[in-house]
Design a protein around this ligand. Structure first.
Ligand code: 5GP
Ligand code: MG
Ligand code: MG
Length: 173
């Protein structure tokens, strides 16, 4: 495993993101939506670094990569418990790759009457993008490699690593 970001690197990045987001939200009380399962680790650190009122909720979606730009590309496996109507929604994502998931979620929350919808992503992989979407806050821009750790899995494993690394190709070939 090649370590790309150590636990200390990630800690500094998460604190920087939380401070920047907090500056922008001022008196708003964001509804942080964690996209399961990959973003769980980032979300739990992010909300503890965010030094103010917020609420959290969870959503699980499966992407279909066949389609193009409609919300039909994403199936909701677990929906929110909270209404987003009139809320400032902050989608918390581990990594933006094709962008399919985030584009669909943004459209969905706007459709449901959110006052604002923003995205904070720990990692951004621009090389993977197939739809036009950009996170409002990005921790690190990463190369087009398959990453694991800090929430990111390979076949369900490695999510609990405290760092982000690149899997050796031998592991998945
Ligand atoms: P997309 O942006 O393609 O809709 O989906 C992004 C999701 O794909 C991420 O939330 C993450 O769960 C998964 N993903 C994208 N790139 C990687 C990667 O390098 N490693 C792992 N483990 N998952 C990834
Ligand atoms: Mg994810
Ligand atoms: Mg899922």
């Amino acid at each position: 495993m090649k370590v790309l970001y150590s636990a200390q690197d990630i800690d500094a990045t998460v604190r920087r993101l939380a401070a920047t987001v907090h500056d922008d939200y001022a008196d708003a009380k964001p509804l942080c939506v964690c996209v399961l399962k990959g973003a769980v680790v980032f979300m739990t650190d992010f909300i503890r670094a965010y030094d103010d009122y917020l609420e959290i909720d969870f959503m699980d979606v499966s992407s279909y990569y066949g389609g193009t730009e409609s919300t039909g590309d994403v199936r909701i496996d677990k929906d929110l418990d909270t209404s987003v109507k009139g809320r400032d929604v902050l989608i918390v994502e581990d990594i933006v790759d094709t962008g399919t998931t985030l584009k669909a979620l943004k459209a969905l929350f706007a459709h449901r009457g959110a006052r604002s919808v923003k995205i904070v992503a720990l990692l951004d992989k621009p090389a993977g993008r197939t739809v036009d979407v950009q996170a409002d806050y990005v921790g690190e821009t990463v190369p087009g490699e398959f990453l694991v750790g800090y929430g990111l899995d390979y076949k369900g494993l490695y999510r609990n690593l405290p760092y982000v690394g690149v899997l050796k190709p031998e592991v998945y070939k």
